[in-house]
Design a protein around this ligand. Structure first.
Ligand SMILES: CCCCCCC/C=C/C(=O)SCCNC(=O)CCNC(=O)[C@H](O)C(C)(C)COP(=O)(O)OP(=O)(O)OC[C@H]1O[C@@H](n2cnc3c(N)ncnc32)[C@H](O)[C@@H]1OP(=O)(O)O
Ligand SMILES: NC(=O)C1=CN([C@@H]2O[C@H](COP(=O)(O)OP(=O)(O)OC[C@H]3O[C@@H](n4cnc5c(N)ncnc54)[C@H](OP(=O)(O)O)[C@@H]3O)[C@@H](O)[C@H]2O)C=CC1
Length: 298
């Protein structure tokens, strides 16, 4: 199937997508694009007022000729019962779930040594367990018998995630979960993939970090080979591609949408120190010491 035939309006007609965190930032851009392509969209997250306001705004993305709808359903993905009820409500209202986008998530910044057990658990429960809850309920409730596509949003944690150890661990786990589910659920015709965004600016993402939000996003700019931040509208096309039939032979993959950020240098500064264990004695260490002595004479 050619790309041009896939990305026409109406491709996703009568299909149904559940997008967690679909009311803000990256999730909202994904929903806007899916609605333009004719897909019905269910947005699910915790803050009811923000969710409902987003649904009203997203309705504007629907072409006049389209019958696509957007439905807000409050849900905390950390809570298994709320996720079960989300899936049941969607099936009652739409009768199917073709796509699940696990986008809801986040974290706070903290050196690992200062993270409380509660804070660690909050981030693991949100990003790892929340994603698992949604995958499992959508699979058992619909995709096991009917097929479908799951897309997990993770993060640039490929070199670890200093300053956000909890989310690095959770997202690496979701990368692995993506591969496992791609195999376990292949026989149901379910494809499972992930996208790892670079640093993506949106007002809501920045506000999550309160006073230090502007600084975090501004200081990230030099660490991108693009020398600018991404925006949610640069993630949503990749999501739509991976959901679409154009990606019919792609499963178990993680696509980095980061302008090469993950290949470049990390933001964490290591102060000069002499705490590292000494290298073993021998001719190589002696030669190294000679080199350092001669360097200091230069
Ligand atoms: C290092 C620089 C790199 C820059 C790259 C930037 C890349 C950006 C990546 C993004 O993902 S941007 C998207 C940001 N959006 C979000 O994070 C939205 C969702 N986030 C949240 O809801 C929270 O961050 C949360 C922690 C995941 C959940 O918060 P919630 O309030 O619902 O959890 P609780 O169950 O109440 O427990 C909170 C518990 O967690 C600890 N904690 C929370 N915030 C902080 C904080 N700012 N500092 C320290 N600790 C925090 C704390 O233990 C809380 O318990 P209590 O103290 O409140 O009892
Ligand atoms: N922006 C960036 O640079 C990057 C973002 N990401 C990830 O992309 C995803 C989207 O982030 P982004 O759009 O940037 O930021 P936002 O803060 O705008 O989006 C986070 C969304 O997740 C929802 N959410 C958080 N916790 C829960 C929960 N327990 N249950 C249901 N929904 C929840 C929030 O809604 P509510 O609070 O109402 O529940 C919100 O809509 C997140 O997983 C984020 O960590 C990954 C890499 C980089």
């Amino acid at each position: 199937m050619s790309v041009s035939s896939v990305f026409r309006s109406g491709l996703f007609d009568h299909k149904v997508a559940v997008v967690t965190g679909g009311g803000t930032g990256i999730g909202k851009a994904i929903c806007s694009e899916l609605l333009q392509l004719g897909c019905n969209v269910v947005i699910a997250s915790r803050k009811v007022e923000r969710l409902e306001a987003a649904a009203i705004e997203l309705k504007k993305s629907i072409p006049e000729s389209s019958s696509a709808r957007v439905t807000p359903i409050p849900c905390n993905i950390r809570n298994e019962d709320e996720v079960k009820s989300l899936v049941q409500l969607v099936l009652k209202q739409y009768g199917r779930i073709d796509y699940l986008v696990n986008n809801g998530g986040g974290q706070f910044t903290s050196p690992a040594e200062h993270m409380s057990n509660k804070g660690w658990k909050a981030v693991i429960d949100t990003n790892l367990t929340g994603t698992f809850n949604c995958c499992k309920e959508v699979y058992t409730g619909w995709m096991k018998e009917n097929g479908g596509v799951i897309l997990n949003i993770i993060a640039d944690m490929w070199k670890g995630f200093p300053g956000m150890a909890h989310t690095g661990a959770a997202r690496a786990a979701v990368d692995n979960l993506t591969k496992t589910l791609a195999i376990e659920w292949a026989s149901s015709g379910v494809r499972v993939n992930a996208i790892a965004p670079g640093t993506i600016f949106s007002r809501t993402a920045m506000e999550n970090y309160k006073d230090i939000g502007p600084l975090i996003f501004q200081m990230s700019i030099p660490f991108s080979p693009a020398k600018r931040l991404g925006v949610p509208e640069e993630i949503s096309p990749a999501v739509c591609f991976l959901l679409s039939p154009a990606a019919s032979f792609i499963s178990g993959a993680t696509l980095r949408v980061d302008a090469g950020q993950s290949l470049y240098h990390a933001t964490w500064q290591i102060p000069d120190h002499s705490a590292w264990p000494e290298a073993p004695e021998g001719e190589n260490l002696n030669a190294l010491k000679d080199l350092l002595k001669s360097k200091s004479k230069l």
